[in-house]
Design a protein around this ligand. Structure first.
Ligand code: ATP
Ligand code: MG
Length: 605
């Protein structure tokens, strides 16, 4: 296999498709035009949706490009081998021209021909769509791969979850896809390890999507006027493969940035922090540098920029980088990419200014917390130890993350009190109790059953959490919860509006559990045991790892939680979702109630 730089890979890709009669189109903005359903362009197909739906494209039926993409859903994976927040997607499209066989043939040729990438075909495996009630099994793609020499054993059939693409919003063009994986040569992580496994053995480099359906508002899949092909190949991942690297950060396009971060680090072991900084600051540079002129803020894309920069600053501190560093990295990234993305050079001053301002702003917040921390330590100088109460004060008064406090403690060589976690937890509980009392006071009618109502809503929250994970997927995580006597409010990770169909399913599933009159039990165990038993536990830091309470709603939900809960779901009556809305980027919010009787007067969705 030949080795190519990322730049050479991009040029080769465009050249290959030009030779196959594709017109090269420019990368579109990272901020989608006329599409309020997504914050960012996450794939090359976004800007092409009107053409996939049948509008003729001025440059013809065969197109190719390199598209800059942002995937906020992958932020938490950043630091692994192959997931980035920002990446460049190579793509080719057929707008009602060639279809499965043609697309697969070109993909195979580009990947394996010695004239192009020359990847060893024995290292490739592919996945195809297994079929379901919406669309048939994709035998055609499987046959196409086989005819090109990919043996049956390396062709895997998968359901919609894995081998169906789109639509980007709730409605729009979509269809089955076939994904190409490179075997990195790593040991299998277990007997079920196969393409799609996240252990790092198989790296997904390219996806050919066959867009022949349009998903309607009613959730039906209608055949499109034309059969389209939409493909996407990750530049960074494919570069890693071609350069024989274990991960994207060791490729030519990342090396200068990674080196610079490392040079400035005191803690050179912590590679994960370096990777996060390199990824996040690149993403922030590209969003700031887009022609839309979006600055850090508390909403929409601005909020994402803020999150990316602040997280980078925190990781800089973990590495012992104290000087204002973000803009230096941004400048480096602009230099690396300015030829392909001239907007970066054009908006350079804006990018550097905003980057620097945000870094300084965040450090002020952090520093105020640190001063407070030091003062506290000085007061306790004889003890030379810090308690969970102190940590809670920091958290409460300065929004200083517990994780950061722990880092500081370690750095300064101070001891923590024996019951540090317990103390923190107790303060946390007490605080919640206090704010509960405060709101109780505010509640004019002074209901005697206040406590009872909120306990019911608390149990309903667990049912809702489990139901959302069943209906939407295991990735759903609690991001916040707030209960008043009137309603529960639950924030969770999910990146698009829920359909009325999904809301109804969730509501029905919760009501089913109420009807079943399930008992609720509480057990104590270590956090580790709780995990083993499959309990959901998300706010790890604040638990006492040696002893946690686990609440089980028989056969349906298991969560680490400090309670209290009702004894049986039957007392909840009827569960009703009042509202589903956006809370922050990538986070949705549900407000719901429980009522003795099903009532019709509640708002419907
Ligand atoms: P994965 O399952 O590995 O997250 P995906 O199925 O989400 O990948 P697609 O949506 O099919 O990926 O995107 C097409 C191609 O874009 C992938 O084959 C991969 O090469 C690249 N890609 C996708 N997500 C990322 C990412 N977060 N970072 C880098 N490259 C990516
Ligand atoms: Mg993905």
């Amino acid at each position: 296999m030949k080795s190519f730089t990322a730049e050479q890979l991009k040029q080769l890709y465009l050249q290959f498709f030009k030779e196959n009669n594709h017109a090269v189109i420019p990368s579109a903005s990272l901020i989608p035009e006329n599409d309020p359903t997504v914050l960012f362009t996450t794939a090359g197909m976004h800007p092409l949706v009107p053409y996939l739906l049948g509008q003729p494209h001025a440059l013809g039926k065969r197109l190719t490009d390199v598209q800059k993409c942002i995937r906020t859903v992958d932020i938490d994976s950043v630091g692994d081998a192959f997931h980035l927040t920002f990446f460049e997607m190579l793509g080719n499209w057929s707008l009602g021209d060639y279809f499965k066989e043609g697309a697969i043939k070109m993909s195979h040729e580009f990947l394996t021909s010695p004239k192009w990438l020359g990847i060893d075909p024995n290292k490739l495996s592919v996945t195809v769509f297994a079929g379901d009630s919406d669309a048939p099994k994709d035998e055609e793609s499987a046959r196409a791969w086989q005819s090109l020499g990919i043996p049956k054993e390396r062709i895997y059939f998968n359901p919609k979850d894995d081998n169906w693409w789109g639509p980007a919003g709730l409605t729009g063009p979509c269809g089955p896809c076939t994904e190409m994986f490179y075997d990195t040569g790593k040991e299998k992580c277990g007997p079920n390890c196969r393409p799609g496994c996240s252990c790092g053995k198989y790296c997904e480099i390219w996806n050919d999507v066959f867009m022949e359906y349009n998903k309607t508002k009613e959730g039906k899949y209608e055949l499109l006027k034309q059969k389209n092909v939409d493909t996407g190949m990750g530049t960074e991942r494919t570069s890693a493969v071609l350069q024989g690297k274990k991960n994207v950060y060791e490729t030519d396009i990342f090396i200068p940035v990674m080196n610079k971060i490392k040079e400035n680090s005191k803690n050179k072991e912590n590679e994960r922090s370096m990777k996060i900084i390199a990824d996040h600051l690149k993403a922030a540079t590209f969003i700031l540098g887009d022609d839309k002129g979006i600055a850090p803020s508390n909403v929409d894309q601005g909020y994402i920029i803020r999150r990316l920069i602040r997280r980078s600053v925190r990781h800089c501190r973990l590495l012992g980088i104290e000087n204002n560093f973000c803009k230096d990295i941004a400048e480096m990234i602009i230099d690396l990419y300015k030829e392909d993305y001239p907007e970066l050079e054009k908006n350079k001053q804006f990018v550097l200014n905003e980057m620097d301002k945000e870094e300084i702003r965040f450090k002020e917040t952090l520093d105020a917390g640190i001063k407070f921390f030091d003062r506290n330590i000085n007061l306790n100088i004889e003890k030379k130890e810090i308690s969970g109460h102190d940590a809670f004060l920091l958290f409460q008064s300065h929004g200083f993350p517990l994780e950061m406090t722990k880092e500081l403690i370690k750095e300064k060589g101070i001891q923590t009190s024996a019951d540090f976690d317990k103390e923190f937890d107790a303060e946390f509980q007490k605080h919640q109790e206090l704010s509960r009392l405060a709101s109780e006071k505010k509640f004019k009618s002074g209901l005697a059953d206040y406590q009872e109502e909120t306990i019911k809503l608390h149990t309903a929250t667990h049912l809702l959490h489990a139901a959302l994970r069943q209906i939407l997927g295991e990735y759903v995580r609690q991001k916040g919860s707030n209960i008043t006597v009137e309603r529960l409010r639950f924030d969770f990770s999910h990146d698009k509006k829920m359909t009325s169909e999904e809301l109804k399913k969730v509501e029905d599933l919760v009501n089913e559990q109420i009807k079943k009159a399930l008992p609720i039990t509480r057990e104590e165990m270590t956090l580790e045991e709780a995990r083993k038993k499959g309990a959901i536990a998300f706010f790890d830091e604040k638990y006492d790892k040696e002893k946690v309470s686990v609440y089980t709603i028989s056969g349906f939900s298991k969560e680490v939680c400090s309670g209290p809960h009702v004894e049986n779901t039957a007392v909840l009556g009827h569960f009703k979702i009042l509202k589903e809305e956006a809370s922050a980027a990538g986070i949705r919010r549900i407000k719901a109630i429980v009522a003795p009787e099903p009532e019709k007067k509640y708002m419907s969705h």
